[in-house]
Design a protein around this ligand. Structure first.
Ligand code: ATP
Length: 234
């Protein structure tokens, strides 16, 4: 199953405070789009809207050409939308194996889930009996991705994968994310600091105070935009 993801003029609010002011974004099947921007810009909210966890006030959410605005998060998950939240989304008190075992709700067997997980992240096989919370941050992030892959995602939404990880670990994780995209998954990656994700991103968008200020290739112009942003000239 492959799908593109589109946001058209999306506004979203927490109570009376609007935090997204008309966001337009498109992630094609097989593409990686990096959504960058400073603290509080609305990046996580954008992912939450895409997963149906946060309602759209106005605008449209379109999945594989189908309008899914207002759809229940469970229906979007069933349609292949997988959100991996910041903070890794693993059960820290359970072993790696049990974290994967829980994904049998997808209808797959434990063996099938482990096969996919261990092929992509061989270290998880070595750590199968280890309690997830005692693994390194990078290994936990691999486990979170492996759990996500068990859902056969068409759209993968990744929030700050790099949080607290060493640059080399982040680079390796993003190489895997790039490979996942090449299998036809639409990947939307939120990052505050850009470097590693830009190596694999097809496009980037910069969100500032709930508005997309730049959208285009991850090239020199983007780097200038980011420099201006982080040097505070916006
Ligand atoms: P960060 O990089 O710091 O995680 P972000 O770009 O992901 O930031 P969001 O987390 O989407 O930004 O937050 C956007 C705005 O919405 C912020 O001003 C934030 O305080 C506010 N906000 C986020 N979640 C809630 C909530 N549950 N209730 C009220 N306001 C919220």
């Amino acid at each position: 199953m492959t799908s593109s993801l589109e946001l058209h003029g999306v506004r979203a609010a927490y109570d009376a405070i609007t935090v997204l002011h008309g966001v337009d974004l498109r992630v094609g099947a097989g593409e990686v789009v990096a959504l960058l921007g400073p603290n509080g810009a609305g990046k996580t909210t954008t992912l939450r809207v895409a997963a149906g966890v946060r309602a759209v006030s106005t605008g449209r959410l379109v999945l594989g050409g189908r309008d899914v605005t207002g759809a229940d998060p469970r229906d979007l998950a069933a349609a292949g939308v997988c959100l991996i939240p910041e903070g890794r989304g693993v059960f820290p008190n359970l072993s790696v194996r049990d974290n994967l075992l829980m994904m049998t709700f997808t209808g797959k067997t434990h063996e099938e889930i482990e096969e996919v997980a261990f092929r992509r992240f061989p270290i998880l096989a070595q750590r199968a009996d280890q309690i997830a919370g005692t693994m390194s941050g990078g290994e936990q992030q691999m486990l979170a991705l492996a759990r996500g892959l068990a859902t056969d995602p068409a759209v993968l939404l990744l929030d700050e994968l790099s949080m607290g990880l060493a640059p080399l670990v982040v680079e390796r994780l993003y190489e895997q994310v790039g490979e996942i995209a090449r299998q036809g998954v639409a990947v939307l990656v939120v990052e505050q600091f850009a470097a590693a994700v830009l190596d694999i991103a097809d496009h980037a968008a910069v969100l500032v105070r709930g508005r997309i200020e730049y959208q285009g290739p991850a090239d020199g112009e983007l780097r200038r935009e980011l420099a201006a942003l982080y040097l505070g000239s916006h």
